[in-house]
Design a protein around this ligand. Structure first.
Ligand code: GDP
Length: 527
């Protein structure tokens, strides 16, 4: 198959939701329907360890497990589908944002009882900012849930995009009869249980089929009226509007009962985009160019305790990846020749032979690959868009044993490069290093990992800062003047980008008013 054909059959998407909406269950079922049945058990195993997430030992355990299942590849209807999981816990949302830069579409799971929940909302904002097309799955119709019409309008108002239902529920909870497949003009009858996989005897053709009216009575009448309402009010599905992130196709179902899953899988194949071009600072990179390029969007340290290595997750942007090929890291100009490359099919770190745009490969390394790094066959390319968000929580860090200060710096540099935490070095002499986070749990994980992976007992102390903004100015003299006047609030991050740290929104506001020549950024894009 040519590179162009390989690219055309790839679909790469992230699955996002608020915790407990049914992401794990749906993931498991997608794999099941695509024929990767053996995986289902391990997705559950990961889940089992998740509920104790206040305990950081559990997080450690979970980290080991969730990495293995964080990228899954399956084949369905001649398509190669890459499914990227996102961390459920909001304290690790930065990780999620970066995963979203590596996908071409997102599958949003909504609990029909709860509607659009806060965590989903934040993720959606990132999708919106990137115009990522979103497919919506409304889950748990086997329960007493919100009215489907209300759910639709909630999605529309929160997402700011049109919701176009492809299926429509008949009844809910105990009277859940199934869904109308609006486009195919038939009804799929609901049967509880996990052993079925959508047999054809569950189908009744024709929505005007008297058999449906007879069997489902009032629920049918109601659903029918609702569909008429929708047909009159909702716009028709428009593939371009979907691809531009302006419309989301909506499916109803019950993941745990294998119901509605097939339709979602088909929608991914039929509507989700194949990998597109990627914008580098130098030029537009096409996915079917002959030469390989790819971006590191995630780094996970010490995945294998026996080797204490780090695995860089790379999304292929173009060309064909082959094991043993010679690659250049754009940032450093260094060459590497990865032989021991992993793919994530079937939860095992399988050796992979080739990969194409949209695929994810893992390259074990000892710190030469950083977040945002671009690998090519020699060309110097820099991609934009890997976001770092200004931390909202800060702690000062010191080492208990002064002789371990070097290990502390090494550990923090590596954890910083991995994106586990942000590390700031104050400009003022003698200041302790500062850790910046979005979620409190990040501090606990970092302290724990410093101890277990680097042998450093770190002391974390309260900091007077609680806001950061990266600062730039078109005139370097203006920037210098600002930095000198605010020396006590200036710090450098891992890539030496300058940040202004404030202890209150008021302090930031004053600085902004006094120095109109300075730009304050809440987000830094890598590269
Ligand atoms: P996640 O936190 O989003 O990954 O959610 P899970 O997949 O772990 O699901 C959370 C809970 O909802 C679990 O107890 C599931 O068994 C349950 N669940 C998932 N799908 C359904 C469904 O379709 N119907 C019902 N009644 N429960 C479901």
């Amino acid at each position: 198959m040519s590179i162009t054909q390989e690219v055309a059959r790839r679909r790469t998407f992230a699955i996002i939701s608020h915790p407990d909406a049914g992401k794990t269950t749906l993931t498991e079922k997608l794999l099941l329907f695509a024929g990767a049945i053996q995986i289902a058990g391990s997705v559950k195993a990961r889940k089992a360890s998740r509920h104790a997430s206040s305990d950081w030992m559990e997080i450690e355990k979970q980290r080991g497990i969730s990495v293995a299942s964080s990228v899954m590849q399956m084949e369905y209807r001649d398509c190669v589908i890459n499914l990227l999981d996102t961390p459920g816990h909001q304290d690790f949302s930065e990780d999620t944002y970066r995963v979203l830069t590596a996908v071409d579409a997102a599958l949003m799971v909504i609990d029909a009882a709860n509607g659009v929940e806060p965590q989903t909302l934040r993720l959606l904002q990132v999708c919106r900012a990137r115009n990522t097309p979103i497919i919506t799955f409304i889950n748990k119709l086997d329960r007493e849930v919100q009215e489907p019409l209300n759910l639709l309008s909630e999605i529309e108002s929160h997402l700011g995009m049109d919701a176009v239902p492809f299926s429509w529920p008949v009844g809910m909870g105990r009277s859940f009869g199934g869904v109308f497949d609006i486009r195919r003009n038939r009804m799929r009858v609901f049967r509880a249980g996990q052993e079925r996989r959508g047999d054809s005897d569950d189908l009744i053709e024709g929505l005007d089929n008297p058999a449906i009216a007879e069997k489902f009575g009032d629920a049918f009448v109601k659903a029918n009226e609702e569909i008429e309402l929708i047909n009159a009010a909702a716009p028709a599905f428009d593939a371009d509007a979907f691809l531009a992130g302006k419309q989301t196709p909506v499916f109803f179902g019950s993941a745990i009962n294998n119901f509605g899953v097939q339709e979602v899988l088909d929608a991914l194949v039929d509507f989700a985009p194949k990998p597109g071009s990627r914008t580098a600072l130098q030029r537009e990179v096409q996915p079917d160019e002959p030469k390989f390029s790819g971006v590191v969007f995630k780094v996970q340290a010490n995945m294998d305790p026996a080797h204490r290595d780090r695995v860089a997750f790379i999304r292929v942007s173009s060309g064909r990846f082959e094991r043993g090929m010679r690659l250049k890291i754009s940032r450093t100009g260094k060459e590497m020749r990865p032989n021991n490359v992993v793919s994530f099919l079937s939860q095992r770190r399988e050796l992979l032979d080739e990969a194409y745009a949209g695929d994810v490969i893992g390259i074990p390394n000892h710190g030469v690959l950083h977040l945002g790094d671009v690998l090519t066959e020699g060309e110097n390319l820099q991609f934009t868009g890997l976001p770092f968000f200004a931390p909202e929580l800060f702690q000062a860090v010191e080492v208990k044993d002064p002789l371990r200060i070097k290990q502390l710096r090494i550990g923090l540099t590596q954890l910083g490069e991995e994106g586990a935490i942000q590390v700031f070095r104050p400009e003022a002499a003698g200041g302790a290093l500062l850790l910046g986070a979005i979620g409190q749990l990040q501090f606990e994980v970092v302290a724990h990992r410093l101890k277990t992976e680097y042998g450093v007992e770190a002391r974390l102390m309260p900091s007077r800062y609680n806001m950061a903004r990266w600062i730039t100015a078109s005139d370097p003299k203006v920037l210098r003047k600002f930095m000198d006047a605010n020396a006590a609030n200036i710090a450098y991050d891992v890539v030496d980008a300058v940040a202004f740290l404030a202890s209150s929104p008021a302090q930031l506001r004053v600085a902004q008013e006094l120095y109109p020549g300075i730009e304050f950024h809440a987000m830094r894009e890598h590269g």
